[in-house]
Design a protein. Structure first.
Length: 156
């Protein structure tokens, strides 16, 4: 039995309504005129998955997170199939007293271990996660710091 069920209903042209098993609906549009395309939804799902992970991890670390934004930029294969070849994930993280090493660890843990969407993508995708820290209420500015994704190792 499947863990996830989604039904798509065609609404004409390249427009669909997706409904999951809980009844939540999402609009899709292959022409991106009235709704996001499936590929835009995929990169949104990646951003949502990793953002949730980072918030949960920073909360467990008791870091003073007050705001988080993630911008994703994806490059696609030039010919069919037009899969993602590169994704840049730029995290802007706000909170007074946030520690850079803990934010980097949270981003690393998300991609290396927890983000199911990322682990469902092609293994050859080039991921470039970056972050910058801001004081609460500050405008997002400055250079991003790159995060090197390192797989979790188990002691044994």
């Amino acid at each position: 039995m499947a863990n996830v069920t989604v039904k798509l209903t065609w609404n004409g042209e390249l427009r669909f309504t997706a409904q999951n098993g809980k009844g939540f609906e999402t609009a899709l549009d292959g022409n991106t005129q009235v709704a996001p395309s499936p590929m835009e939804l995929l990169i949104e799902a990646l951003g949502g998955c990793t953002a949730i992970d980072v918030v949960l991890i920073l909360q467990k670390m008791r870091e003073p997170l007050t705001r988080l934004e993630v911008k994703l930029e994806g490059d696609r294969n030039a010919s069919e199939p037009r899969f993602y070849t590169k994704v840049r994930a730029c995290f802007d993280v706000w909170g007074d007293g946030l520690k850079s090493d803990k934010v980097a660890r949270a981003v690393n843990l998300s991609f290396a271990k927890y983000c199911s969407v990322y682990h469902s993508l092609r293994k050859d995708i080039q991921l470039s996660p970056e972050f910058r820290l801001h004081q609460t209420g500050a405008v997002a500015a400055g250079d991003y710091q790159r995060v090197v994704i390192e797989a979790e190792t188990s002691a044994g």
